[in-house]
Design a protein around this ligand. Structure first.
Ligand code: AMP
Length: 288
């Protein structure tokens, strides 16, 4: 079965219309440079479609300019389209949507979509404008593709929480499915940005997950340890990682994403952002 590659919105609608009503349309939004994490999302989408009567898996590949800050990596973000198409096809996608920026954004577009609570801390603080850009493009993709289900990675757990809130608060009729983080064998979370790492940085980068795991173990051994102390331990471990500088480390409530400093009474998430040169990597681990 070969994949349908479409670039324009009318073309996409034409391809999707005959597929509707024969099981769910399942959307997997990506920025391309697909890796095994994306493959897991597409496979999960295929499984959901199959289990619910057939349907069609649609992967969007779009490096969304509005979610990048002016000093970020929008220009250099990798765009290996031929390889990406092969990944989509092998993982079970029926349709791949690769719009241009002009297709999605009018030159004088002037509507903003802002989630105002969950987006405030963590990556939202370091990357002002990032989550409004994500909300805008995801909302556009939902309107354009009218999916029954959309699949996102837990790797970007703040993004997933923001999108769930967007869907809840705007009553969007789409079911959001999260998929666990896929990692390299040394623990590094797969990311399209890992290709930017020098070999020394790549060697050092698994230290992020190791530090988070150490934090998780410390919490399991001393459940009463205040979150601030946990953060201090993990922060010290992260600062030891060669070639890197620490962006943030925080313990946040798993639901509200509000920072926790005292004892952990509810389930929480230990999250970190670490910078290797100009490459910013994020990861997190659950604390129960
Ligand atoms: P991106 O192309 O980086 O915007 O990511 C597209 C989707 O893939 C998002 O829902 C991400 O959370 C998800 N994703 C990225 N990396 C991973 C990973 N290592 N494991 C699972 N999902 C991932």
């Amino acid at each position: 079965m070969s994949v349908d590659l479409v670039q324009s919105i009318p073309e996409l609608r034409a391809v999707l219309t005959p597929r509707r009503g024969k099981g769910p349309v399942v959307l997997v939004p990506t920025m391309g440079a697909l890796h095994a994490g994306h493959t897991a999302l597409i496979r999960r989408a295929s499984e959901l479609a199959r289990n619910e009567g057939g349907g069609a898996v649609l992967v969007s590949i779009f490096v969304n300019p509005t979610q990048f800050g002016p000093a970020e990596d929008f220009q250099r973000y990798p765009r290996p389209l031929a390889e990406d198409l092969a990944v989509c096809e092998n993982a079970g996608a029926a349709v791949v949507f690769t719009p241009s920026a002009e297709e999605l954004y009018a030159a004088n577009h002037s509507v903003r979509v802002e989630e105002t609570a969950l987006s405030r801390g963590l990556c939202g603080r370091d990357r002002p404008g990032h989550f409004p850009g994500v909300c805008l493009v995801v909302l556009k993709l939902f309107w354009i593709t009218l999916p029954d289900i959309a699949v996102f990675g837990e790797k970007d757990f703040q993004q997933l929480a923001v999108i769930r809130r967007l869907v809840r608060d705007l009553n969007i009729p789409v079911r959001i499915e999260g998929t666990p983080t896929v990692r390299e064998s040394d623990g590094l979370a797969l990311s399209s940005r890992n290709v930017y790492l020098t070999s020394a940085q790549r060697q050092a980068a698994p230290g992020i997950y190791r530090a988070l795991q150490r934090g998780q173990e410390l919490h399991a051994a001393q459940p009463d340890l205040p979150a601030a102390d946990l953060v201090a331990h993990v922060s010290a471990a992260l600062r030891q990682i060669p070639e890197s500088s620490l962006g943030y480390v925080a313990v946040v409530d798993a639901e509200s994403l509000e920072p926790v400093s005292g004892p952990l009474l509810h389930s929480a998430v230990l999250a970190a952002a670490v910078q290797f040169g100009t490459t910013r990597l994020i990861d997190h681990i659950g604390l129960v």
